[in-house]
Write a protein that binds this ligand. Structure first.
Ligand SMILES: NC(=O)C1=CN([C@@H]2O[C@H](COP(=O)(O)OP(=O)(O)OC[C@H]3O[C@@H](n4cnc5c(N)ncnc54)[C@H](O)[C@@H]3O)[C@@H](O)[C@H]2O)C=CC1
Ligand SMILES: O=C([O-])CC(=O)C(=O)O
Length: 349
């Protein structure tokens, strides 16, 4: 164990602990628990990782922010550690430091992996990102088997089954603790509905169910809060806009990646919701999890009640319109294809 530097100011107590050593850092061997949550961010130096780290560093519920990447982690950690919030920051770089990065973590957020370029589907990322998620999950299974794992890495519809299969193989799988982050679909839906209807975006709630790619993204416009009516024309314009919003950003960035800033916000919201749940503050979020909410498919995003054990209750899709039911039905074979691809990747490797 090497403590690289303790960042301190003259009049204030130590706030940040940064390690940039080649051995990484081990703070304590106990689990931080909900009293002082440790959040590990894997892929911390990336387009999502950096702004997400910024938001997590400012989250008063985060006691320890553990940053992991294969490159550039020390710089990001040094930078974040100068922010005058209370979360301790540690840096861990490369495979040899992964165990320490995730050990005792309460929540692990994973945006590690390559993003899309124009013309690609999320599934086109599978060949690169599947192996990344598999290898991260294998270490998590040993170092932090009780952590809540929030997977951002695409294709989410497949990477969640991949991580789950790895945890199953290691004998530590708990379906209540593995999440595909679909919060960005919710955030976008709320932004677009508020814009269209002149609502306060911060008070607009739109559940989004299914998965996180194309036709598997299903906004439930019939369940918007506050109650909102849409014309058929509005629904048939808004639904594909939400489904293709990721592509809208990929095209606008023209080769420079995909959504990073809105995703960072969405990831920080979701991590905060998981921590609040751990602390006993039950709350409802949509996420892609192992689920029996819809017949014939093993993973599905619906509103979930989050609590001390992760998923406390799967709340299901609720009362949907005929149009939404058609979208749900159409998503099932597509999701099953994505899920089977992830499962066979782990079983065949
Ligand atoms: N779930 C969602 O709603 C969204 C998912 N995404 C996905 O998030 C992922 C990351 O996107 P960006 O941050 O824009 O990409 P990026 O390329 O800017 O950053 C990825 C980071 O992951 C790191 N990395 C690569 N291999 C790693 C490994 N084995 N362990 C740890 N870190 C590793 C890279 O060094 C890099 O810093 C992509 O797969 C993207 O498709 C992006 C937006 C929304
Ligand atoms: O579209 C992408 O590739 C990134 C993503 O998942 C999103 O922005 O929803």
């Amino acid at each position: 164990m090497v403590l690289f530097s303790v960042v301190e100011t003259m009049s204030l107590p130590a706030k940040s602990l940064v390690s940039a050593s080649s051995n990484g850092i081990r703070l304590a061997s106990y689990r931080y628990s909900s009293q002082a949550p440790k959040v590990a961010l894997l892929g911390a130096a990336g387009g999502i990782g950096q702004p997400l780290g910024l938001l997590l560093k400012q989250d008063p519920l985060v006691a320890h922010l553990s940053l992991y990447d294969v490159v550039n982690t020390p710089g990001v950690a040094a930078d974040l550690s100068h922010i005058d919030s209370n979360a301790k920051v540690t840096a861990h770089t490369g495979q040899a430091e992964l165990f320490a990065a995730v050990e005792n973590a309460d929540v692990i957020v994973i945006p590690a992996g390559v993003p899309r370029k124009p013309g690609m589907t999320r599934d086109d990322l599978f060949n690169t990102n599947a192996g990344i998620v598999r290898d991260l999950a294998a270490v998590i299974a040993k170092a932090a088997p009780k952590a809540l794992i929030a997977i951002i890495t695409n294709p989410v519809n497949s990477t969640v089954p991949i991580a789950s299969e790895v945890l199953k193989k290691a004998g530590v799988y708990d379906p209540k603790r593995v999440f595909g982050v679909t919060t960005l679909d919710v955030v976008r839906s709320q932004a677009f509905v508020a814009e269209l209807k002149g609502h306060d975006a911060t008070k607009t709630i739109v559940p989004v169910v299914g998965g996180h790619a194309g036709i598997t993204i299903i906004p439930l416009l019939s369940q918007v809060t506050p109650a909102t009516t849409f014309t058929e024309a509005e629904i048939s314009k808004l639904t594909p806009r939400i489904q293709d919003a990721g592509t809208e950003v990929v095209n606008a960035k023209a080769g420079a990646g995909s959504a990073t800033l809105s995703m960072a916000l969405a990831g920080a919201k979701f991590a905060n919701a998981l921590i609040r749940g751990l602390k006993g503050q039950k709350n409802v979020q949509c996420a892609y999890v192992a689920s029996n909410a819809v017949n014939g498919v093993e993973y599905f995003s619906t509103p979930l009640e989050l609590g001390p054990n992760g998923v406390e209750k799967i709340l299901g899709v609720g009362k949907v319109s005929a149009f939404e039911q058609k979208l749900i039905d159409a998503s099932v074979p597509e999701l099953n294809k994505n899920i089977a691809k992830g499962v066979s990747f782990v079983k065949g490797n």
